[in-house]
Design a protein. Structure first.
Ligand SMILES: [Zn+2]
Length: 443
């Protein structure tokens, strides 16, 4: 009897598995522990199956892709995905993290040295966002007079303070010795302007990209009073700039984008690659592969328009963010366009809103390019206008090229997945990106 029952049960189970066509791609585990506010699901189902998640009806795209997020309560959450033919249950344990506010400590000024080049000096003690004032050089001498969490407060002048990660500086008990000003010198070229200022040691600086000029400020902080050197360089409409420090001599350079398009080098960067897959789509597609296809079509399109194009990767290879930036610099990039597809995780998914094209920039010099690409991709690839935004991505932070990052569509949007699985659409997206770059160059 028991054996017959088992047999019937296993036949039934087999039957259920056969007809249950829905599959969850993410999350990969049925049991999850998280601090996120939302549980995010992507996968495939047949639209006729009428998928629900915790009772909410979930729209399914023509290719079967779906995405949905569920708000989590603290503790145990049971999430049931159900179709006419099957059921899958996921468990999420949400642990509560209550962050204690960190107090600011004040102390008497101490001298410190910056350990490495390219160290971010920030306006707030937070390791994220758009709060970078400059990138300091190894050996820069600082006055530290407080701390908060993992940051030290930097005294720049009576009016200006900044923050630097504790891990990036060495504190010393060296005595304070204000720097001696040596000299100042400027050179004007047809397309560039260079300003030099020398001291007998390495001082901190900040950059402000103003309305009509770039303002570099060097602080003789050890004087303990307002002692700031302002270097204002007028900026052309399309521009880049760089800062160098040798011994105690700063070289600030601002230059214009070449007017002749044959003199412009565009670097096309296919995001991720190799072991870094990027976002995973509803149907299990890997972002890195789609990025590469769009990047190849973009490069081809631009080459046909006589633009000098360099690609950071041309196959499925690992490449660090630093390597991408260095490679662009070695190739004297004027314009840098990083190609990606977006994803969402810890926010409420809205299949109608979280889709389409967005272009990100970090420096003001790339805003126009971002807008031109947004306009052209939404026009040619018929994607939703998901706006131009600012973000602090490593590959678009350098100021010596004009850099943007394009999120062509959303990997995690079921309706966008219909687009990015179609080669014709990939070509249209590439055309949009290319025409955006060409519009920017022409303007
Ligand atoms: Zn990406």
């Amino acid at each position: 009897m028991v054996r017959v029952l088992l047999l019937i049960m296993s036949v039934l189970l087999f039957a259920v598995q056969q007809v249950s066509a829905f599959e969850v791609i993410y999350p990969s585990d049925k049991k999850n522990v998280t601090t996120n506010d939302y549980a995010f699901f992507v996968g495939k189902a047949k639209s006729a199956e009428c998928l629900t998640i915790n009772g909410h009806s979930v729209p399914v795209a023509s290719n079967g892709a779906f995405a949905h997020s569920v708000k989590l309560k603290e503790g145990e959450n049971r999430i049931v995905l159900r179709t006419a033919y099957g059921i899958q249950v996921y468990k999420f344990y949400k642990s509560n993290v209550t962050e204690q506010p960190i107090p600011t400590e004040n102390f008497s000024p101490v001298k410190a040295y910056v350990k490495n080049d390219n160290t971010p000096l920030r306006s707030t003690p937070v390791d994220a966002g758009l709060n970078r004032l400059s990138h300091l050089f190894e050996g820069t001498e600082l006055v530290i007079n407080g701390s908060k969490g993992s940051f030290y407060r930097v005294f720049l002048s009576d009016k200006t303070e900044a923050w630097i990660a504790k891990a990036h500086v060495t504190l010393t008990d060296d005595t304070f010795q204000p720097a001696e000003f040596m000299n100042m010198d400027s050179e004007r070229f047809k397309n560039a302007m260079i300003q030099k200022i020398s001291f007998n040691k390495k001082l901190p600086y900040t950059v402000e990209d103003g309305e009509n000029e770039i303002i570099f400020r060097v602080y003789n902080s050890e004087l303990g009073e307002e002692s700031v050197y302002n270097i204002n360089i007028p900026k052309p409409e399309k521009y880049s700039y760089s800062v160098n420090l040798e011994q105690g001599t700063y070289t600030f350079k601002v230059w214009r984008l070449p007017e002749d398009k044959n003199e412009i080098t565009v670097v096309i960067d296919a995001g991720h690659g190799g072991s870094e897959r990027g976002a995973i789509g509803c149907l299990g597609d890997e972002e890195k592969n789609i990025n590469l296809k769009i990047a190849e079509y973009t490069a081809e399109y631009l080459k046909n328009k006589d633009i000098n194009v360099v690609m950071t990767r041309e196959c499925d290879a690992d490449m660090s963010l630093n390597d991408r930036v260095n490679y662009a610099r070695e190739n004297k990039a004027d314009i840098f366009v990083s190609i990606h597809l977006n994803s969402i995780a810890d926010i409420p998914m809205n299949v109608h809103k979280n889709r389409g094209t967005s272009v990100y920039y970090f420096n003001n010099n790339a805003k126009q390019l971002a807008e031109a690409i947004e306009e052209n991709v939404t026009h040619y690839a018929k994607t939703r206008d998901d706006e131009v935004r600012t973000a602090s991505f490593a590959v678009i932070r350098p100021t010596d090229y004009i850099g943007v990052l394009v999120e062509t569509a959303y990997m995690t949007n079921p309706f966008d997945s219909v687009l990015y699985r179609n080669d014709k659409w990939l070509k249209k997206a590439a055309k949009g990106i290319s025409e955006g770059i060409l519009d920017f160059i022409k303007k």
